[in-house]
Design a protein around this ligand. Structure first.
Ligand code: ADP
Length: 454
């Protein structure tokens, strides 16, 4: 008859399941590098490496007023960006919350909603009328789109829990232009961009040493600047060999379908199989804000089922899928009190269960394991781009944005530690920093660059 396991016994098990050694990370880095190369060579690869039709870096001297609309995973943001040159800018913005229903609504209806928010921003917030000149608009649409030019983008597939019908496979830019015309919105769509590309360009505008951008929000993705000669699949465009072309990696799809490289646990597999897109976005599902809280919750539910947690208590609130927001992991990790008072608060207020101090210590450490694994995996992605582009010698900055990066305690430090685990001391030359309002400002700069090219 086995003795009842203590929380410390459980912790050891999860430690071994969720810890990534430097050696394991280096294997993942190589696999990601190969995958990125494949995506640059041929169309239709798992990680699509999408040319973003942003040709090279900004000069830093782009100027003027631009509208930016940002459809992320959680919010819809509308901004007026004034570019001042010298790497400076000003932003006025309003946020609108998206409901779960809207994410599953008809594609055109979702875009109409975006157009209505934009219209009310232009007329009510900015006080502009039909008499004023139409402002150019950069639309940050952060889902994988294949582009033929900057104001075009066919949605390959929804990610991050979206499922609006009748939009996958269609040109989102054309559909949105239709919304703008039908609803008489005084704005002119000039660029459709991804948040990663926007963040890349915005961070480089402010600090030219920035060569890579990563988003850690509802999803996880990256962009960087490639040279045309290294993108065989666009040979037919006839660009000069050294022409820069921003690439939206869509790396969240790494290891999808065949699952050969990532150390997925049974919790990752449950998340995948019960998602609206099974098999897809394997890398993202182990890293992004949408999923980390759910990984935590699945472990807790496993222990409840085994009779090792909350015996005799009512746990129905914890048993609801996605009930445990990733923000709770942040809260627990920031708790420095001996009694872990914040952890008490999370479990009593939100889930109606009482915890012992041993359980709370376990929860906090479990959060550390899950958050650290996410940071280390994303560092593997950064390392793959760094090593592919040879940025290790000179070093470079990585512009980062998203709630996970901005609000999760120690996330950036963990990415940096992982980079030195992968590269040794030289890894210290790769430094991430928060990219101030990447997607809004980036789409304005890209709209300005587009105007200058015409
Ligand atoms: P989006 O990616 O939708 O544009 P965000 O960057 O704000 O927007 O990311 C939202 C995700 O971040 C959600 O999945 C949410 O659970 C998570 N999140 C929100 N607040 C926090 C926090 N304090 N700590 C960690 N994750 C958070």
């Amino acid at each position: 008859h086995a003795e009842k396991k203590t929380m410390a016994d459980h912790l050891r098990k999860y430690e071994s399941l969720l810890t990534l050694t430097p050696q394991r990370m280096r294997m993942i880095v190589h696999a990601i590098e190969d995958t990125l190369d494949n995506g640059l060579r041929k169309d239709g690869q798992v990680v699509p490496m999408i040319p973003a039709f942003v040709f090279g870096w900004p000069t830093g001297e782009e100027k003027g007023d631009y509208l930016a609309l940002d459809l992320g995973g959680t919010n819809l943001r509308v901004c007026l960006v004034t570019l001042l040159g010298h790497g400076k800018f000003e932003v006025t913005q309003t946020k609108y919350r998206l409901t779960e229903e809207q994410k599953q609504d008809e594609g055109q209806a979702l875009l109409d909603f975006c157009a209505e928010c934009l219209d009310s921003f232009i007329r009510d917030t900015l006080g502009r009328t039909d008499e004023d000149e139409k402002l150019p608009l950069g639309f940050t649409f952060s889902y994988p789109c294949s582009q033929e030019r900057i104001d075009h983008g066919v949605l390959i597939r929804w990610t991050k829990g979206f499922g609006a019908p009748n939009i996958e496979g269609r040109d989102v830019a054309a559909m949105f232009k239709d919304s703008l015309t039908r609803l008489n919105v005084p704005a002119e769509l000039t660029a459709l961009i991804n948040d990663t590309t926007g963040t890349l360009i915005a961070s480089n505008y402010v600090d030219p040493n920035t060569k890579i951008a990563v988003i850690f929000g509802t999803g996880c993705n990256a962009a960087y600047m490639e040279t045309a000669v290294s993108i065989p699949k666009i040979d037919k465009m006839g660009l000069a060999k050294d022409q820069g072309m921003a690439i939206n990696c869509e790396w969240g799809a790494f290891d999808s379908f065949d699952h050969q490289h990532l150390p997925r646990t049974k919790y990752d597999i449950i998340i995948d199989e019960s998602s609206n897109k099974p098999g897809e976005q394997s890398f993202e599902k182990m890293i992004a804000g949408l999923y980390l809280g759910e990984i935590f919750r699945l472990v807790v539910c496993e222990l409840i089922d085994a009779g090792d947690l909350f015996l005799g208590q009512n746990t129905y609130k914890l048993e609801k899928a996605y009930a445990f927001d990733t923000a709770f992991l942040s809260l627990m990790e920031s708790d420095v009190t001996d009694e872990l008072l914040t952890v008490i608060g999370v479990f009593t207020h939100f889930f109606g269960v009482e915890t012992t101090i041993e359980e709370r210590q376990f929860f906090k450490k479990l959060a550390v394991l899950i958050g650290t694994r996410a940071a280390r995996l994303s560092a593997c992605g950064i390392a793959a781009i760094v090593s592919k582009k040879g940025y290790l010698e000179e070093g470079c900055a990585v512009g980062a944005d998203g709630s996970l990066y901005n609000k999760y305690p120690n996330f950036a430090d963990r990415v940096h530690t992982a980079l030195t685990d992968i590269f040794g001391e030289k890894g210290k030359k790769i430094v991430t920093h928060h990219a101030e309002d990447g997607s809004g400002v980036g789409s304005a700069i890209i709209a300005a660059m587009t105007k200058a090219r015409k």
